[in-house]
Design a protein around this ligand. Structure first.
Ligand code: ADP
Length: 395
């Protein structure tokens, strides 16, 4: 059995899962939060046990120390050498990475160059890569990119209808994100439908705090709703999704904001939060509706409409669909949101199995037996994808 760490390093957090491969058993998982502070929080879970510690963690190197020592101290691994692979989530692979790669110094340099496209994410991912390379120099390090799955999009999907020189000079185009999740749930959906994989047409709906859809044909992404950045597409927790770009200079002028201020409005003060004027969390919006709050209801309906409209668009892109798959926090736990979206597709012969739809957090078929298009809930698992890809590089 082979032990592999799946790592998601953010600017102030480090999430990890230790998996045994190829069995895909999760041995332990945890998180270090508030890295950079004197009161950082470390949590690790194994079996029914959970350990929580608050202590000073000023950088990612210290966070990695904490994680690795906890693994040894709790006898989860006998020594560091037992971990032979470390898979890292990397947000932006640009046009350079269409699949996961072993991280060599050259690859790391390329990921660093791509920080220009994802200034908030790639530098944090790189910090994690470097910290683990120091601690586990013997382990094979692998980068798994959020953008990679969408690199199969054709030009007509990824090009923006703007002056092409900007694409040639700066690679301004649609990249798409959540690729690891869209890949995981679409692969699973293909196993669940009675259609040959190469002919399959799947629409994946990943809705958490961030959200995106993908049109997946024959197992390949041919379009997705996020764009050059994760701001595009559907309405999200705090992000607007698609708006007329001319809104930006207008907000700047009227509100006396600079470009960062205006982008902050669209990234952090919009979406469910912006419309409800209450919360970015779907549970609070549902509570607001139960309390008869008008703006919560409008936020909810707008959220569902924007997703349904994208599904409509991808039905055209794909020429129909065999299945629609819901995943991530809201997709897995929001029966009401799923119902509202799917009811808009009744005219296509899509029917709902309401009893199945009224469940949360587990894989289930939620379309009716007579439905012309199947619908599923498939819990996403990005860590397993990271571990699978990392395992595939070990001899
Ligand atoms: P992230 O994009 O940060 O990974 P998640 O996938 O965890 O986010 O999704 C977070 C969203 O899922 C929140 O809007 C939260 O309200 C929603 N969510 C989680 N559990 C439930 C639930 N039981 N009912 C409705 N929404 C839920």
């Amino acid at each position: 059995m082979t032990k592999i760490l799946a790592i998601n390093a953010g600017s102030s957090s480090l999430k990890f899962q230790l998996l045994e491969m190829p069995a895909e058993t999760v041995l332990t998982e945890g998180i270090v939060e508030r890295i950079g502070f004197s009161d950082a929080k470390f949590k690790i879970e194994f079996g029914d046990e959970e350990i929580k510690v608050t202590e000073e963690v000023l950088d990612h190197t210290k966070a990695v120390d904490l994680v690795m020592n906890a693994l040894v101290d709790n006898n989860i691994v006998a020594s560091f050498d037992e971990i032979v692979g470390v898979g890292h989530r990397v947000v932006h692979g640009g046009e350079k990475f269409a699949k996961s790669v072993v991280i060599t110094p050259e690859m790391l340099a390329t990921i660093e160059e791509l920080s220009d496209l994802a200034p908030l994410h790639n530098p944090a991912n790189i910090t994690g890569i470097k910290a683990f390379a120091e601690k586990l120099p013997h382990a094979t390090a692998v980068a798994v990119f959020d953008t990679a799955f969408h690199q199969t999009m054709p030009e007509v999907s990824y090009l923006y209808p703007i002056k092409n020189e900007l694409y040639k000079k700066y690679a301004i185009r649609k990249y798409g994100f959540h690729g690891t999740s869209h890949k995981f749930v679409s692969e699973r959906a293909i196993e669940l439908i009675d259609v040959p994989a190469e002919e399959s047409k799947i629409i994946t709906v990943h809705i958490g705090n961030g959200g995106s859809l993908a049109a997946v044909k024959g197992g390949k992404s041919i379009d997705t709703s996020m764009g050059f950045t994760p701001l595009a597409g559907i309405m999200m927790g705090t992000r607007s999704g698609d708006v007329d770009p001319a809104v930006i200079p207008y907000i700047m002028e009227k509100e006396g904001l600079d470009i960062n201020g205006a982008m902050d409005v669209l990234n952090k003060q919009s979406g469910l939060l912006g419309i409800s004027e209450k919360s970015s969390d779907m549970r609070d919006i549902e509570a607001g509706i139960a309390a008869d709050e008008k703006m919560s209801k409008i936020a909810y309906d707008l959220f569902a409409k924007r997703i349904a409209d994208y599904i409509g668009s991808y039905l055209v892109t794909l020429g129909g669909a065999d299945a629609i798959v819901f995943t991530a926090g809201i997709g897995e736990n929001g029966p009401e949101v799923r119902r509202i979206i799917l009811e808009k597709l009744a005219f296509l012969g899509l029917t709902i199995n309401h009893e199945n739809n009224n469940t949360r957090g587990k894989e289930i078929e939620i379309s009716g037996p007579d439905s012309k298009i199947k619908a599923f809930v498939i819990p996403t698992n990005e860590e397993i994808m990271i571990a699978r890809d990392t395992f595939s590089f070990l001899g």
